[in-house]
Design a protein. Structure first.
Lengths: 99, 288
């Protein structure tokens, strides 16, 4: 451990980047994975709306549907990830961030 | 805080990366597409030999989707250039990290370097709002499974195509303008704006929606513990926790911990910005 870091710890000041790290809860990763997977499945289903049967050319209005679902997957993943903010930190996270 | 020496090193590293991204444009994109032309010369009976010399012939995402579509396996075997994203790029990622993403992918570099023109106060940090790794692999799993419920979805949000249109526009091919008037513009807008220039690092699309990046990240993550493979590695004894690497990493792969920092090898693209920018030389690229 470096001199600067030791000094910061002993004086009660945490390094700013470490202080900002959020806590995590178990299950958040699984929820995020499931949300992303589900949204991608919805994107796949929506692509069937394409009258040509492909929806892969990105040149018609139909292509907006799978694209919107894919963007939604990022949003849903964010929802899944929010578990870490509202839940109880895991023992591992508590140990890592007990400062 | 960064020193003048590390700042100069970081600038040099970024200039080198810009140079390599232009090499990527010349290799993959029309009107150059040197890689496709070479493949067409080597295997004239393959797709690369059809004379269509642009990024579609050397697509780095469609062949990944074909892996889960048995009816496409003959196409895979008949087109050696299809093995680029399945074997060559993940193989390089396994041995040396996803160098293609960090050094040669123009579609990843374009929003990243464009985003450097936007002040950080207008950007959000994807890492603080999304669990990036499960999101990335969740999407990748869906990408692989989607053909079983519908057709492949890989082309409906292709940023490689949008990058091809941008390169074509600069090369004087105005047909790209027609594309910009379509609804495909939504995918381009998402790629460049919210997941590009408004994301810290500019690589939000790469982090979440790029299946090629996920495949290479998976290979990189699997190979990280093998002793003879090169990766960006942190020396916690030398780390001063200044946070420079955390700020400068385009992929948000540097995670601060109590002992210093750890590198998430599933996300790191070995771009070396953190290594170049570290004022205390606590990061290096190499074997353990």
């Amino acid at each position: 451990m470096t001199v600067e870091r030791k000094a910061a710890m002993t004086s009660g000041q945490e390094a700013p980047m470490i202080a900002k790290r959020p806590s995590r809860v178990p299950g958040g990763s699984a929820a995020t994975f499931a949300c992303a997977l589900a949204a991608t499945g919805v994107a796949g289903l929506l692509s069937r709306v394409c009258p040509a049967g492909c929806a892969t050319c990105s040149t018609c209005a139909v292509s907006v549907l799978p694209t919107a679902a894919l963007v939604g997957s990022v949003g849903l993943a964010a929802v899944g990830s929010r578990l870490r903010r509202h839940g109880k930190p895991s023992p591992d996270a508590s140990r890592k961030h007990a400062r | 805080m960064s020193s003048p020496r590390s700042s100069a090193r970081l600038t040099r590293n970024r200039l080198a990366r810009v140079g390599f991204f232009f090499i990527g444009v010349v290799m993959f994109y029309a009107p150059f597409a040197l890689l496709v032309r070479l493949a067409g010369w080597l295997w004239p009976s393959s797709l690369a030999g059809t004379g269509i010399s642009d990024v579609h012939t050397a697509c780095v995402r469609m062949p990944l989707g074909w892996l889960t579509q048995p009816w496409m396996w003959p196409t895979l075997s008949d087109n050696p250039i299809s093995w680029l994203p399945i074997v060559v790029l993940p193989g390089i990622a396994l041995v040396a990290g996803p160098l293609f993403c960090g050094w040669m992918c123009p579609a990843g570099a374009f929003p990243e370097f464009l985003g450097r023109l936007v002040p950080d106060r207008f950007k959000f940090d994807l890492r603080t709002s999304v669990r990036i790794r499960p999101s990335r692999y969740g999407f990748f799993a869906g990408f692989l499974l989607a053909p079983f419920v519908s057709s492949s979805i890989c082309c409906s949000f292709c940023n490689f195509t949008h990058m091809q249109n941008i390169v074509s526009l600069f090369a004087g091919d105005l047909s790209g303008f027609a594309f910009l008037s379509s609804m495909g513009m939504l995918a381009a807008a998402v790629w460049i704006v919210p997941l590009g220039i408004l994301t810290k690092g500019g690589r939000g699309w790469c982090l979440t929606l790029c299946p090629a990046g996920a495949a290479m990240g998976l290979a990189s993550g699997l190979g990280q513990r093998l002793p003879w493979f090169a990766r960006v590695r942190a020396n916690s004894d030398a780390c001063t926790s200044c946070g420079t690497c955390v700020r400068e990493c385009p992929m948000r792969a540097v995670e601060p911990v109590e002992e210093g920092v750890v590198i998430d090898q599933h996300l790191c693209t070995s771009c070396m910005d953190c290594v170049a920018g570290c004022p205390s030389d606590a990061l290096r690229y190499g074997r353990p």
